[in-house]
Design a protein around this ligand. Structure first.
Ligand code: BGC
Ligand code: ZN
Length: 361
């Protein structure tokens, strides 16, 4: 079967022929891949900055944002049947008995770092024609979400962040979080803005982008407010918003993030999800940040990957988005490319939001 693979040593990315997987246990299912989303992580992997092939391979099949259709199931599979649409999770547990996170099925909190990730770290991904996986890593998606189901995985980043937010805010004996600021208007930011909106927040998206008009249209359509970082300082943005309760950071741009960190409201939570590159250090007013954080009971947390419950809530939320904002949701997917043109999908398209490799229809 065809697959898109990165060869980190040879520094090559190409469409290769890879053996088609077969069921090897009664608890597995075989899927036909439909759509694969491309994100910043894939762009880093195909620029040879990130990503590791599985042991014994000199290449890694990329792709971790998937939508596929079940073709065949093992005798003990009960959650899915042939014809069902599914989203497969990304991270697999480390082997160490002492890792309580992985042993509890929460490899998103792995302690050892020896987890694998399909399409990213020591485990082949989904940018290919067929995939075999254990039933427990499959999340069924309703047929109505065929067009947009590939957005589930990038939405799980926001879903895990929301789960973390509700957990840590149990420190407050009331539930009154109103104003959220999303940093970044890429797919993770826009999907996060939609989730925060559905959860009842007043949402502001604060972003540096080359295509403000398009992003502003999407943000306005979901009833959120768009503020351009080029024309408004973090302080000005915070004045417009009012007291900020939550920041959902989805860019990896640390200088903007630390500027915004100075302007949080009382008892606020700032959630980092972006992974910055290694840029030269910049000056940060640490006294001001520390003073504010202490005097306002603020919290900063980082969040990576997502557990099965975040896939379930992403599927639920995506269904709500598709009903409330059908056009807008579809407009997040800006390009569809056949497998042979996957390399074009990996190029950064100016104005593009989410590129998808459409493997099968
Ligand atoms: C994926 C996560 C993964 C992270 C780090 C992200 O693009 O969505 O599942 O944990 O990269 O590898
Ligand atoms: Zn991703």
């Amino acid at each position: 079967m065809r697959a898109v693979a990165v060869y980190p040593v040879q520094r090559e990315v190409r469409v290769i022929d890879h053996p088609e997987p077969k069921l090897t246990s009664p608890t597995q299912a075989k899927m036909r891949v439909l759509d694969i989303g491309v994100c910043g992580t894939d762009r880093e992997i195909t620029s040879f900055e990130y990503g590791t092939p599985p042991d014994g391979f000199d290449y890694l099949i990329i792709g971790h944002e998937s939508l596929s259709e079940v073709l065949e199931v093992g005798a003990q599979v009960s959650k899915v049947k042939p014809g069902d649409l599914v989203i497969i999770t990304v991270r697999r547990p480390c082997p160490h008995p002492e890792c309580v996170a992985c042993r509890a099925g929460r490899q998103d909190f792995c302690y050892t770092g020896d987890f694998t990730e399909r399409g990213i770290k020591q485990n082949h991904g989904y940018m290919t024609e067929f995939v075999v996986e254990e039933e427990r890593y499959l999340n069924p998606v309703p047929r109505e979400l065929r067009d947009v189901g590939v957005l589930v995985e990038p939405l799980t980043i926001a879903e895990k962040s929301l789960e973390q937010l509700w957990t840590v805010q149990q420190r407050l004996p009331w539930n009154d979080h109103r104003r959220a600021v999303v940093l970044g208007a890429g797919p993770v930011g826009l999907l996060g803005a939609m989730a925060l909106k559905v959860e009842g927040f007043e949402v502001t998206v604060y972003s540096r982008s080359a295509d403000h008009a398009e992003k502003n249209d999407i943000v306005s359509a979901i009833g959120a407010q768009y503020i351009a970082a080029e024309t408004h300082s973090a302080e000005e943005m915070a004045k417009i918003v009012g007291s900020i309760d939550v920041v959902y950071e989805a860019t990896g741009a640390s200088s903007v993030a630390f500027d915004v960190l100075k302007h949080l409201g009382p008892n606020a939570v700032f959630i980092f999800t972006g992974v910055p590159g290694c840029n030269p250090p910049i000056p940060v007013d640490t006294d001001e940040i520390m003073r504010n954080m202490v005097l306002n009971n603020q919290l900063v947390l980082g969040s990576v990957n997502a557990p099965p419950q975040s896939f379930a809530s992403a599927i639920q939320h995506l269904g709500i988005f598709a009903t409330r904002w059908p056009q807008t949701l579809r407009s997040v997917i800006t390009g569809r490319f056949p497998l042979e043109r996957a390399l074009d999908a990996l190029k950064n398209q100016p104005g593009g939001v989410k590129n998808v490799v459409a493997v099968a229809s």
